[in-house]
Design a protein around this ligand. Structure first.
Ligand code: 6GU
Length: 234
């Protein structure tokens, strides 16, 4: 069971992403628990204030230390956490190996930033890891947190079945996924490759591997480089 507490000033943004499809199944099966904590419950006054002007001017509003510190302290009364993650565009880039590693942990806190960021002392003293989901800027960490939780949650043992197994995912073996087809075998003159209709399992497996290799070379030369370097080591 993986337990994730997400701290946010816009908790409503995180209602839907974990209430459908595979994330819903993971929660229904008791394999994943996601709690969203409204940071305003830890506001410094009755107006719900959790941010303030930046010392030195400019830069817009900054998330304050105190609400975040008290919120995390409250959570730590109940659980020990493996990581306290801050979603930030200048964090470590999320990739499949990182998702794999985080899926093996037990309890996680994810802090979603807003405004012009968080008081640096939060990052220095409360955060153990910073994660970005790509080289572009979002208006808040919530959508990034949803991406991270989805990437982690679907890897938990028992969430996916054999057909949807994470082992055949793009990136999981260092290659992108091969193309897939379903009925009809010929749609208005657009045919499915013959080999997939042949019933010859070994030939199909070989075709899929070749397709995955060609696609990776063509679409993701960066990943292909890593794959070749890996193969060379073995
Ligand atoms: Cl984690 N947060 C924000 N605000 N923007 C991002 C991001 C995170 N990852 C990429 N862009």
């Amino acid at each position: 069971m993986l337990h994730i507490d997400i701290i946010s000033v816009v908790p409503d943004l995180l209602e839907s992403p974990f209430s459908h499809s595979i994330m819903k199944r993971a929660r229904d099966r008791g394999l994943l628990e996601v709690d969203v904590i409204n940071l305003r419950e830890y506001a410094v006054n009755k107006y719900g204030q959790v941010d303030d002007y930046a010392f030195g001017g400019g830069a817009g509003m900054v998330m304050m230390v105190e609400p975040v510190d008290r919120c995390i302290a409250d959570l730590k009364v109940k659980r020990n956490y493996d990581e306290v993650i801050y979603m930030s565009p200048d964090g470590e880039l999320l990739d499949q190996p990182l998702a794999n590693r985080l899926s093996l942990t037990g309890n996680l806190i994810i802090l979603c930033g807003h405004y012009k960021g968080v008081d640096e002392r939060i990052r220095q003293h409360l955060i153990t890891r910073e994660v970005s989901i790509g080289n572009y800027v979002l208006s808040g960490g919530e959508l990034a947190a949803a991406v991270l939780v989805d990437a982690i949650g679907r890897l938990l043992p028992g969430v996916l079945n054999d057909e949807t197994s994470a082992l055949s995912d793009s990136f999981q073996d260092g290659l992108v996924a091969p193309p897939v087809y379903t009925r009809p075998a010929d749609y208005q003159g657009w045919p499915v490759p013959d080999v997939l209709l042949s019933g010859h399992e070994a030939k199909i497996a070989e075709w899929r591997l070749q397709q995955a290799i060609e696609r990776t070379k063509e679409r993701r030369p960066d990943i292909w480089q890593d794959f070749e370097n890996q193969e060379g080591k073995h």
